[in-house]
Design a protein around this ligand. Structure first.
Ligand SMILES: Nc1ncnc2c1ncn2[C@@H]1O[C@H](COP(=O)(O)OP(=O)(O)OP(=O)(O)O)[C@@H](O)[C@H]1O
Ligand SMILES: O=C(O)c1ccc[n+]([C@@H]2O[C@H](COP(=O)([O-])O)[C@@H](O)[C@H]2O)c1
Length: 192
């Protein structure tokens, strides 16, 4: 079946309510039928000491979306070369699902550096970007690009960095992550 799929790539270290609000907002767009979370083992521009194992991050995403009918999670990048280059994954997914139409979902903070991504021109031309606004994002020349669309939605000053820091400092992150995610973070003693 043909589907319009919004691909939401990220480290998800851990997934937080901001990510879920972004996914849900994108599902309201007329040309997004499903959102697939793509858990990246290693983002090219991020060197994190506190990066949880990709299997754990995948589990947290799965726990967060539960059995949502229009959200899925994929581990497709786990067996691909690292770091995880989005254009390679897009090519692979397009090959696997020739009838689907993919778009990329990103937060506004990633738009400024997007021209430095591998094959960014191909991604822009062949897929296009759906952008969720983010506080303090730097201005980007791509804001007016014909294949870049901003959604109108509330700014959310929430980050995985803040959540990891809070856990380390023994502060509660209840409501910043879904309860099922919090249970697993505690159970596996992640980010302490
Ligand atoms: N609060 C937010 N507002 C808008 N976009 C966001 C927000 N949080 C995450 N994103 C976007 O979600 C995608 C995946 O993000 P990522 O997993 O790196 O989360 P993060 O909260 O930015 O993590 P970290 O704090 O570890 O850098 C990126 O495109 C990022 O821009
Ligand atoms: O393909 C690239 O060149 C590229 C450069 C930077 C980031 N990405 C992807 O963008 C996603 C979000 O990245 P980050 O660094 O905000 O976690 C993640 O899945 C990365 O693999 C991809």
């Amino acid at each position: 079946m043909n589907k319009n799929v919004g691909l939401f790539f990220g480290s998800f270290n851990p997934i937080h309510v901001g990510h879920l609000i972004i996914a849900n907002t994108m599902l309201e767009e007329p040309d997004v039928d499903e959102v697939w979370f793509v858990v990246s083992p290693q983002s090219p521009f991020k060197k994190q000491k506190s990066l949880a194992h990709e299997f754990d991050r995948y589990d947290l995403v799965q726990a967060a979306i539960g059995d949502h009918f229009h959200m899925k999670v994929t581990d497709i990048e786990f067996t691909m070369p690292k770091p995880s280059y989005t254009s390679d994954t897009l090519a692979y997914l397009t090959d696997q699902h020739p009838n689907h139409h993919f778009k990329l979902i990103i937060g506004q903070d990633n738009l400024k550096s997007f021209p430095k991504w591998k094959n960014s021109d191909v991604i822009l031309r062949d897929y296009g970007l759906l952008v969720y606004p983010r506080p303090n994002a730097k201005k980007s020349e791509l804001e007016e690009h014909e294949n870049v669309r901003f959604v109108e939605a509330p700014l959310m000053d929430i980050s995985a960095t803040f959540i990891r820091k809070s856990i380390k400092n023994n502060r509660s992150v209840k409501y910043l992550v879904p309860d099922a995610v919090l249970d697993r973070i505690k159970g596996k003693k992640l980010y302490i």
